[in-house]
Ligand binder design. Structure first.
Ligand SMILES: Cc1cc2nc3c(=O)[nH]c(=O)nc-3n(C[C@H](O)[C@H](O)[C@H](O)COP(=O)(O)O)c2cc1C
Length: 306
């Protein structure tokens, strides 16, 4: 049974996955805790927590609240900063026999550029750029919500790194395919679709918002149908591969995303509740392949029957 996915093969850049299952950024830390639960080498790739140029403390607590069908987080992208990441975390991640994909972000183009430059070192297999961040020099508008701002950012990052470059899109747009195509034209190698959706929760007893930051990002099963639709729209319009993210909890969910056009997927919120879900979902994929006599998992990508 062939579960390999050649995710990226363009120019001199290449990213091969032994299977399409990745963890999502921010729900897996730097891999250390999960490595005590299962062998991270079984994953198609490891995606790190979002890394920024300088360390970031994140938002006031409470930072996570559970909702009927998922969770809202307002972690605020807390991280140790790129220098400490390279010095303290990368060697550990390299111990596993799977690609290391570093998620990164900034609040200005310069921060993104300088972070990408520092991350362009041996031992990092790809960069995933989170563009759901406010551009402080443009009145706080998210980089990923304006095609011109997005395109300018992607071009500048493409100029400073030879690493495979994945753009993780914000769902806060009316036409996600337009953002994906703008990223592709600017030099992106792949798209991750989608990040969390802005949301809030209120305690009616205290009449206060539950999260310290008032609002946060909704993830989990509640957003799956939206993510699925967006993956489908992007994969119809773009030729670069799409990584699905949003509410994935089972092998069936993975197959649905692949039929919609995803070449790989990321599992986030569900793994906080079920840390063993990674080996289980990988086994479930193989079972599906056996039951449906699928020789190579890549054969189902985009095979939705309409
Ligand atoms: C606690 C938490 C932290 C997250 N941190 C990041 C992050 O640092 N960078 C990023 O691009 N996405 C981040 N995300 C978004 C996830 O990577 C993922 O795209 C999103 O949660 C949807 O997938 P899910 O429904 O499987 O969680 C975070 C999500 C959660 C729940």
């Amino acid at each position: 049974m062939d579960t390999n996915i050649t995710l990226i093969k363009s120019h001199a850049r290449k990213l091969e996955l032994k299977n399409p299952i990745l963890n999502a950024s921010g729900t897996f830390g730097y891999g250390d805790e999960f490595s005590e639960i299962f062998d991270l080498s079984i994953l198609g790739g490891i995606v790190t927590k979002g890394i920024s140029l300088m360390p970031k403390q994140g938002n006031p607590v409470p930072r996570i609240v559970e909702t009927a069908c998922g969770l809202i987080n307002a972690i605020g992208l807390e991280n140790i900063g790129v220098d400490a990441f390279l010095a303290e975390k990368l060697t550990f991640l390299r111990k596993f026999n799977t690609p290391v994909i570093v998620n990164f972000f900034g609040n200005t183009e310069e921060e993104y550029i300088n972070c990408a430059k520092k991350l362009s070192v041996k031992g990092i297999d790809a960069l995933e750029m989170n563009v759901s961040c406010p551009n402080v020099k443009k009145g706080g508008i998210q980089f990923g919500t304006d095609p011109k701002i997005l395109s300018s950012l992607v071009k500048k990052i493409r100029d400073v790194t030879e690493k495979p470059l994945i753009i993780k899109l914000s769902p806060l747009v009316s036409d996600i395919a337009k953002m994906a195509c703008a990223s592709q034209d600017a030099g992106a190698d792949a798209i991750t679709c989608i990040n969390t959706i802005p949301a809030m929760a209120i305690d009616e007893q205290t009449r206060k918002p539950i999260l310290g930051n008032v609002t946060g990002g909704l993830s989990g099963p509640a957003i799956k149908p939206i993510a699925l639709r967006m993956v489908w729209e992007v994969s119809k319009k773009c030729s670069i591969p799409v990584i699905g993210s949003g509410g994935i909890c089972s092998a069936a969910d993975v197959i649905q995303f692949m039929l919609a056009g995803a070449s790989a997927v990321e599992i986030g919120s569900y793994s906080l509740r079920e840390p063993f879900c990674f080996p289980e979902i990988i086994n479930g994929l193989e079972l599906y392949m056996k039951q449906h006599k699928i020789a190579a998992i890549r054969d189902i990508i985009g095979k939705l029957k309409i």
